[in-house]
Ligand binder design. Structure first.
Ligand code: ADP
Ligand code: MG
Length: 455
């Protein structure tokens, strides 16, 4: 198709014009000759002119029909070629815009989420998803980013895919799969209840230097995905993989730098402060032991100081330990964040259970930003006087509520696209397969509940 239209395009019209003109003239001449030679002797004289006219008329008509038919065919081919070029140009323009839109600011998760959103816009697909795998070659999905699926739908579906079925097929084969009806593919295992209807499908790996950075899945493009769509998406996938790889590299470096820094602080504390304190305690103990002349009060006081120093040393040892572990205490991080927001006289924090407050820094990060959003909403929009932040945990999940006594508002979950604060909060919590509930009453206040399963 592509080749034939280009070949027709390259034909120059000039020889055709002359050939057709000569043909027409020759045709008329030959017709008249043949008429006089063969037909006119058999006809009465008065029929000669009308008969010749009719034959010429039919001949010219037939000839014109042929020539114009060929011309219009050429025109169609040119039009089609133009449309094709236009489409390709649109595709490349969209690709260029998509590359600009793939930001490299924000943390890794923000960047990956942005890649899915851009991919969906680029292709005109209704839904897009990006799966990030575990590092252990088990082909299981560790994180699943979606675009086009509402928060409500995600709640209803309940669980993210784990990498069986068709998604796993793309993962295992490391090559694109394009389908008009994904249900017909032998690897398809169907959707869980409440899953939106999806038929046409394009899935492909995001490869960067032959390393898999993730897998991109697109579904429900009007009229399905064409080979051209696939070509554009493959180009996009290469850039996206590079963006993701880069973001991961920086995050790793940052984490590495933080760990190094913690290690250094720990070492300094251990070798410097702790040793000095230890020396002081020893001197104090020596002082008390060797001087019989000390009066009782002074001795008691010195002993007390030595004990306090002992406690202080224990605390520092704990602190060094916490520096070395990769988990962070949620309470400390929360207080830190709130203090950075300004005076916190209007905030009360309560913790129902002190056992499980150690969380991975990534979780802490998403939790803190969500809480920060809820707190500033309570202050700015609710004009609240008092905010209670409460932590509860059970065997299955932990939960943070942010409750204010502000003005409240009427909350419609389906208008979250205009409320970016609440939308981002929801995305952050869903990243950990958790849920956000907002309960608000006018003139009473608002309670935001963030609930995240442990696993
Ligand atoms: N705690 C709250 N008290 C009163 N109104 C709130 C509260 N939280 C949110 N809102 C309302 O919901 C809207 C959306 O909030 P949000 O998604 O954070 O977006 P933004 O803060 O950018 O307006 C706010 O504009 C406000 O009208
Ligand atoms: Mg807000």
């Amino acid at each position: 198709m592509r080749k034939s239209s280009y070949r027709t395009l390259s034909l120059s019209p000039r020889p055709w014009r002359w050939t057709a003109t000569l043909f027409a003239m020759a045709g008329v001449a030959i017709t008249i000759l043949l008429f006089h030679q063969f037909l006119s002797p058999h006809l009465p004289t008065k029929w000669h002119d009308p008969a010749l006219a009719i034959i010429l008329l039919i001949g010219t008509g037939f000839f014109s029909y042929l020539v114009f038919g060929m011309l219009s065919q050429q025109q169609i081919a040119v039009l089609e070629a133009n449309q094709r070029l236009e489409k390709q140009r649109d595709g490349l323009n969209a690709l260029r815009e998509a590359s600009y839109a793939m930001t490299t600011v924000g943390d890794w998760t923000d960047i990956v989420q942005n890649v899915v959103d851009v991919a969906r816009r680029l292709t005109g697909a209704k839904y897009a998803a990006l799966a990030v795998l575990e590092d252990d070659e088990t082909y299981t999905i560790r994180q699943f980013f979606t675009s086009g699926v509402s928060a409500d739908q995600i709640h209803q579906i309940g669980q993210y895919p784990t990498g069986r079925g068709l998604l796993g097929e793309v993962i295992r084969h490391r090559r694109p799969i394009r389908l008009q009806r994904l249900q017909d593919h032998p690897a398809s295992i169907g959707f869980p209840p409440h899953h939106p209807h999806m038929e046409n499908f394009l899935g492909l790996p995001l490869l960067y230097q032959s390393q898999v950075m993730g897998h991109l899945y697109l579904t429900e493009k009007a009229d399905g995905f064409t080979a051209d769509d696939q070509a554009i998406v493959e180009l996009f996938a290469r850039q996206a993989a590079a963006v993701i790889a880069n973001a991961r590299f920086y995050q790793e470096r940052e984490v590495f730098a933080t760990l190094k820094e913690r290690e250094r602080i720990g070492r300094d504390l251990h070798d410097g402060v702790l040793q000095t304190l230890y020396g002081i305690t020893l001197s104090l103990d020596n002082l008390v032991d060797s001087h019989d002349t000390l009066d009782q009060d002074t001795a008691t006081e010195l002993n007390r100081i030595s004990e306090t120093l002992g406690l202080l040393m224990t605390e520092i040892r704990f602190f060094i330990q916490s520096l070395e572990s990769t988990s962070i205490d949620f309470r400390i991080a929360l207080a830190d964040m709130l203090r950075r927001l300004g005076p916190m006289d209007d905030i009360t924090m309560t913790f129902n259970d002190e056992r499980y407050l150690e969380l991975h820094p990534d979780r802490i990060h998403d939790l803190l930003l969500s809480i920060q959003e809820a707190v500033s909403n309570a202050r700015i929009h609710g004009h609240s006087h008092h905010i209670v932040i409460e932590w509860t945990s059970t065997d299955e999940f932990y939960q943070v509520t942010i409750k204010d006594d502000g003005e409240g508002f009427v909350y419609h979950p389906d208008t979250t696209h205009t409320h970016f604060g609440i939308r981002n909060m929801t995305k952050r919590i869903e990243r950990w397969h958790g849920q956000v509930h907002i309960d608000s009453q006018r003139h009473v206040g608002t309670t935001v509940t963030l609930q995240i399963p442990w696993l």
